[in-house]
Ligand binder design. Structure first.
Ligand SMILES: C[C@H](N)C(=O)N[C@H](CCC(=O)O)C(=O)O
Ligand SMILES: [Mg+2]
Length: 363
C-alpha cells in the first residue's frame, strides 16, 4: 500500500455553546482534514484544528508544511514501513506539531486498514468503552452553574472547569460551582496559564482549607514556567497537571524528574501524533506517573485516534478529556468511534473505523 497523494478539506461544526478559556473564545469546531490516498484505493483520514495560542499552528501553516515539506517525501512510501514514515514525519521539520499529528493519524488509520484491524487492537488492545469528562467554559457564574447542571443531567460525572481570567473571580466561580454540584460530580480545574505561581498556591491552599475537593489543577502558570510548577507542587496537596508545558517526550522527562507536576496531559496536537504520545505514555509509566489523554477543540477524526490510543494505554492513561465531539451540535463523521455524551465506544472496523464524513469542504 503506497502513498500516492495527500489532499485537504475543511470540516466546520457549530458548537452547542461558545467554548471559552482564559486564552480564546471559539464558536465552531473547525478542523483541517488531511486525506492520504494510496495505490490500493484505501484512504487514510487525519485532522487538526488551528490552535495558534497553544501550538502556534493555523490551517494555513499546516497546509504549507505538508505541501512544501512532508508531501514530497511521503508520496511513494509504503504504509508497511510505518517506522520509516514516522521518522520522516518527525525529523523533516521542527515544531509544526499539528501538521505532524494530522499526518500520523492518517498514516496509522491506513496501517490499521492494511492489517484489517482496529487501531487500538494493533496498539496492544484494551477496553472498547471509555468515559470522558466535559468542559465548562469560563463565563459568569450563573452560566457556568447552569452549564454544569445540564452536563450532569446529560450523564457527565466529571467536569473540567475553565478558569484563569481573574484570580478573585476564579475563586468565587469554583466556590459557587462546588457548592451546587460538588456532591454530584468530580471537579477538575483548567487555568490555561492564567495565574502566577503565588496566586496558584494561595487559591489552591484556600480551596484545600475550605474542604473543596478538586481532582486536579491543570496548567495554572505559563507553559515555560517549570520552576513555577515546581514551586506550586511543593506547597499544595492537590495534584497539579501539565498541559501546555508538556509537548515533547524530553519536556515530560524534565517535568517528571524535577517533580514539577503529578500528572501529564497528552494531546496528539502537542506531541505531533501517536508515536510521541506512545513515548510519553511509556515514560510516564516508567516513573509511575498518571496521564490524561486530552484534545484541543477538535472533532471526531483526531479525537478517535486519541481514543484508540487511550484504550491501548489504559494502564497509564487513567483520565480522559476527549469531549471535543460532544461539544458540537452534530458529528459529521460516521463509523468507528461513537461519541455519545460521556460515553466513547470503539468498534472493530479497521484503522480509525471511519466510514464516511458528511459536509467536507474541498480546499
Ligand atoms: C476541549 C478540551 N476539553 C480542552 O479543554 N482543551 C483545552 C484546549 C482547547 C483549545 O483551546 O482548543 C485544554 O485542555 O487546555
Ligand atoms: Mg488544558
Amino acid at each position: 500500500m503506497k502513498i500516492t497523494n495527500i489532499r485537504f478539506a475543511k470540516l466546520i461544526v457549530p458548537l452547542i455553546t461558545p467554548f471559552k478559556t482564559s486564552m480564546r473564545t471559539v464558536e465552531n469546531i473547525e478542523d483541517l482534514v488531511v486525506i492520504i490516498e494510496t495505490d490500493s484505493g484505501q484512504i487514510g483520514y487525519g485532522s487538526a484544528p488551528a490552535t495558534p495560542v497553544i501550538t502556534g499552528d493555523t490551517h494555513g501553516s499546516i497546509i504549507a508544511a505538508i505541501d512544501l515539506v512532508f508531501k514530497p517525501k511521503l508520496c511513494g512510501m509504503e504504509i508497511d514501513n510505518l517506522n520509516e514514515i514516522i521518522h520522516v514525519i518527525q525529523t523533516s521539520m521542527v515544531n509544526n506539531s499539528s501538521a505532524k499529528a494530522a499526518l500520523e493519524i492518517a498514516v496509522y488509520d491506513l496501517w490499521g486498514k492494511m492489517y484489517k484491524a482496529p487501531l487500538y487492537k494493533l496498539l496492544g488492545g484494551g477496553s472498547n468503552t471509555l468515559r470522558t469528562d466535559i468542559t465548562i467554559s469560563v463565563d459568569n457564574i450563573d452560566k457556568m452553574i447552569s452549564d454544569s447542571l445540564l452536563a450532569i443531567d446529560n450523564g457527565f460525572d466529571i467536569l473540567k472547569i475553565k478558569i484563569g481570567n481573574n484570580i478573585t473571580d476564579d475563586i468565587e466561580r469554583v466556590k459557587e460551582i462546588n457548592q451546587v454540584v460538588g456532591d454530584k460530580a468530580l471537579l477538575r480545574l483548567d487555568v490555561n496559564q492564567g495565574w502566577s505561581p503565588k496566586q496558584t498556591v494561595y487559591a489552591v491552599q484556600l480551596f484545600e482549607k475550605s474542604g473543596i475537593q478538586l481532582e486536579l489543577v491543570e496548567q495554572p502558570v505559563k507553559a515555560d514556567d517549570f520552576a513555577g510548577l515546581k514551586y506550586i507542587s511543593d506547597r499544595v496537596n492537590t495534584p497539579i497537571m501539565a498541559d501546555e508545558s508538556a509537548f515533547s517526550p524530553k519536556q515530560v522527562i524534565e517535568l517528571i524528574t524535577h517533580q514539577c507536576v503529578d500528572i501529564i496531559n497528552i494531546k496528539l496536537m502537542k506531541t505531533g501524533g501517536i508515536s510521541n504520545a506512545i513515548a510519553i505514555a511509556e515514560i510516564a509509566k516508567t516513573y509511575q506517573v498518571e496521564c490524561m489523554i486530552g484534545c484541543m477543540l477538535e472533532g471526531s477524526i483526531a479525537v478517535s485516534a486519541a481514543a484508540h490510543l487511550a484504550s491501548a494505554k489504559s494502564s497509564t492513561i487513567t483520565k480522559i478529556d476527549l469531549d471535543g465531539p460532544s461539544l458540537g451540535r452534530f458529528d459529521p463523521v460516521k463509523g468507528g468511534v461513537l461519541f455519545d455524551q460521556s460515553t466513547i465506544k470503539l468498534n472493530n472496523l479497521p484503522g480509525l473505523g471511519i466510514e464516511s464524513i458528511d459536509g467536507l469542504i474541498d480546499i
